[in-house]
Design a protein around this ligand. Structure first.
Ligand code: G4P
Length: 526
């Protein structure tokens, strides 16, 4: 049966909006047995989309923690699915959540291939060597040639692909998938109720005379040719390379109609790694099965309800076991604290945590004690490497409309940057008008709204024409950058020199012209 830790799978789904993340999540819950009929996740999303005023909705929902982690059990495995907000909610949180995952499902729309947001999220996984399993979705629609899609993954993302299933046709001619390992065809039938229930499956081997009756002569001939091509030319699966994030197994299917989700979940169970040892900042390896408790905060979420000022800090457990009321050391504050009022997440219910081991996520009520990257541990000397800060993609200069409220604004901005809503930069000579950087545009609205409603301070935001930042290692300070005429030289919260650029071309030129400096996409860790 294995230990509790070996039965954990903590993962996230990375995709571009509309690739089908919500739909796949729902189907994983359906096949995982956590829900009995599809529809619940979707209706939540529909409810979300139905209102134009997201803040109003956040307020109604209170603390919206339920969508942050979904937990379900299937065949003795406990899955923790971390939500990586997309669409308008796309923010640095989306990136940081990936630091708490042990593996990722990369979801690709079969008609569109690799899209912008997938590419960004992929880069974060690549940085950390996160193993990635690929699911190519929407095969029930006219799709691009699967060989061409494989090539695109390899060329655009630079990851080698190993198909584990292969589609039989696409669009109206989509019939199911061929499982390469077991060498069987799984042909699916749509139930009367469409896709709400599990699909009926018929199975046949590729040489099986029944196969022709199942999928037709032409499809069988094509499939045979394609499989021959694949087995002749392709990469073979190597678990060590998969765990290092160098190759990705690829599955095909259609989440909406349930084609291919079950074989996927079945293999995912064995592919996805249990919690791996994590390195502490001083290079020690923390065994997830070890007794001492440790974890780090990867997300802090503010309560949008002004009558509840507390926040929720999300803690990823790295070793030991969690118990409500336990005492741990808070490394940054240098003191012992009691971990109270934890919650665990199961679909829409909030249930008190009964147990939590490495891989699990707990939500802690936060009266202001926690910041992203904080280590909590039974060992006062343990600190995990910080959670990195990623380059924002939108920048704006804040102008105070009410100079008498400067103090409140200062406090508000500091708090919001602690939560990771915005990153703050200053330009020398213009310290009074901070520059804010965000990953998703919506964060600007959150910032303005919260400054006004929580801190009573009205501000205006003048957008700046930059869309990426580089932390410059080797330069003494922002002044040194100014001297080299980089587009905009600023300092970050820790006084580190940062250059803002309009596009990648400008970054490339700056890097060439200043070869003695290194231009980092994430803030250097302290
Ligand atoms: P997201 O969370 O990644 O943004 O995507 P979501 O699941 O909401 O799916 C986006 C759209 O794509 C939805 O259609 C959804 O039904 C559809 N979709 C997801 N998976 C598949 C699939 O395998 N095949 C097909 N044909 N469509 C799929 P919508 O019209 O935007 O929403 P709805 O009206 O269906 O609710």
């Amino acid at each position: 049966m294995g230990s509790a830790v070996s039965r954990r799978r903590t993962f996230a789904i990375i995709s571009h909006p509309d690739a089908g993340k919500t739909t796949l999540t729902e189907k994983l819950l359906l096949y995982g047995g956590a829900i009995h009929e599809a529809g619940s996740v979707k209706s939540r999303k529909a409810a979300r989309a139905a209102t134009s005023d997201w803040m109003e909705l956040e307020r109604k929902r209170g603390i919206s923690i339920t969508s942050s982690v979904l937990q379900f059990e299937h065949e003795g495995i406990r899955y923790n699915l971390l939500d990586t907000p997309g669409h308008q909610d796309f923010s640095e949180d989306t990136y940081r959540t990936l630091t708490a995952a042990d593996c990722a499902i990369m979801l690709i729309d079969a008609a569109k291939g690799v899209e912008a947001q997938t590419r960004k999220l992929f880069q974060v996984c690549r940085m950390r060597g996160t193993p990635i399993v690929t699911f190519v979705n929407k095969l029930d629609r006219p799709s691009r040639d699967p060989f061409e899609l494989m090539r695109e993954l390899e060329e655009v993302l630079g990851i080698a692909t190993v198909p584990r299933t292969w589609p039989i046709g696409s669009g109206d001619l989509f019939q199911g998938v061929y499982d390469i390992e077991s060498q069987t065809v799984m042909r699916f039938a749509l139930g009367k109720d469409g896709a709400a229930k599990r699909a009926d499956v018929s199975v046949a081997g590729i040489e099986d005379p029944q196969l022709e009756a199942l999928i037709g002569e032409r499809a069988r001939g094509e499939l045979k040719d394609e499989i021959e091509l694949l087995t002749g030319a392709g990469e073979t699966f190597d678990r060590a390379r998969f765990l290092a994030g160098e190759i990705t197994p690829v599955f095909f299917g259609s989440a909406l109609t349930n084609f291919g989700v079950e074989p996927f979940l079945h293999v995912f169970r064995d592919l996805a790694p249990p919690p791996a040892p994590r390195k502490s900042a001083d290079g020690n390896v923390i065994d997830p099965e070890g007794e001492g408790f440790s974890g780090f905060v990867f997300k802090v979420q503010a309560n949008m309800d002004p009558s509840h000022r507390d926040r929720i800090a999300f803690l990823r457990i790295c070793s030991g076991s969690f118990e409500g009321g336990m005492r741990v050391f808070h490394r940054r504050l240098g003191k012992e604290i009691r971990l109270n009022r934890a919650e665990s997440f199961f679909a829409q219910d909030r249930a008190a945590v009964v147990e939590g081991v490495a891989g699990d996520i707990v939500g802690l009520y936060d009266p202001g004690l926690f910041r992203i990257g904080d280590t909590l541990s039974s060992d006062p000397n343990l600190a995990f490497t910080e959670v990195p800060r990623f380059s924002p993609e939108h920048f704006g200069r804040l102008r105070l409309l009410d100079p008498l409220k400067r103090k409140q604004i200062q406090k508000g901005i500091e708090q919001l940057s602690e939560e990771g809503t915005v990153q703050l930069f200053t330009q020398s000579g213009r310290e009074k008008d901070p520059i804010c950087g965000v990953v998703g545009q919506l964060q600007f609205e959150v910032l303005m709204y919260r400054l006004e409603h929580e801190y009573g301070a009205r501000v205006a935001l003048d957008k700046l024409p930059y869309n990426t930042a580089r932390w410059v290692v080797g330069a003494e300070n922002a002044k040194a950058l100014e001297a080299r005429r980089l587009p905009l030289a600023v300092s970050d919260q820790d006084d580190h020199p940062v250059a803002l650029f309009r596009d990648e071309w400008e970054v490339g030129r700056a890097a060439r012209d200043n070869a003695e400096w290194t231009f980092l996409e994430t803030a250097p860790l302290k």
